[in-house]
Ligand binder design. Structure first.
Ligand SMILES: [Fe+2]
Length: 235
């Protein structure tokens, strides 16, 4: 299997590229628009055909590469059915299979960070978007976020996956690039709680500033922008 983790050091976003092998079909999760040419180069180098691209949710801290990748490769664009994105060609519900050659990924509806947040499970790993981060969890104070929903998404869904499952989040701000369900259950400070009320109390009192890119990113990710439109929007 080919598995490549890309990092955007402006928004601290991780992007994942998956394929069963050289010369085969590939899928990308959470692409960042400024990095699209890096993904295209990598695809070319390994003779991969990008057929599907997924956003785990409408991002507020970076502009998605979904539309640009679609325009360059004609790949399908995938998000959950709750997403407001206008550039999605395939909408998934909870527990649906997303397939590319020799690979199958299962969608898990994990609202809380936003109401359109999904995680994606594949064999020994889970892509958690901003639902479960390494030693953290995604904020729940905008985009119809809900600390209550996130509690259930975490404790009833993600943390019920096998303990040895690798956790690949959409962001990390401290240089961690992978964890496991076991390590998060044991060490993640947000998960060391006794009740849903305790979790909601923590999440509802984080008092975080809005992401810098939010005013550009959210409308761009709903409408969908390609590289040309993106450069105009930040001028
Ligand atoms: Fe997010």
């Amino acid at each position: 299997m080919i598995f490549k983790q890309f990092f955007d050091n402006v928004s601290f976003t991780y992007t994942y590229l998956i394929s069963s092998g050289k010369g085969r079909e590939a899928l990308i999760i959470d692409p960042v628009i400024e990095k699209v040419n890096d993904y295209i180069l990598y695809l070319k180098k390994l003779d991969l055909k990008l057929v599907k691209v997924i956003d785990t949710h409408i991002h507020a801290d970076h502009v998605s590469g979904l539309k640009e990748l679609h325009e360059q490769t004609n790949c399908a664009t995938i998000m959950g059915e709750q997403s407001l994105s206008e550039v999605v060609s395939m909408r998934v519900k909870d527990n649906e299979k997303i397939k590319i050659e020799n690979i199958s990924i299962t969608s898990i509806y994990t609202p809380g960070h936003t109401d359109c947040s999904y995680s994606f499970f594949m064999d020994d790993r889970v892509f958690t978007g901003d639902t479960l981060l390494i030693n953290g969890t995604g904020r729940t104070d905008f985009q119809n976020g809900s600390s209550k929903d996130q509690y259930y998404s975490l404790f009833d869904r993600i943390l019920k996956l096998p303990e040895k499952t690798f956790v690949y989040p959409a962001h990390d701000y401290k240089g961690n690039n992978v964890s496991t369900i076991r390590d998060e259950i044991k060490n993640n400070p947000r998960l060391q709680i006794k009740s849903i009320n305790e979790y909601m109390e923590i999440m509802n009192n984080l008092n975080l500033a809005s992401p810098k890119m939010m005013d550009v990113a959210v409308p761009s990710n709903i409408k969908g922008v390609n590289l040309k439109e993106f450069s105009k929007s930040i001028r």
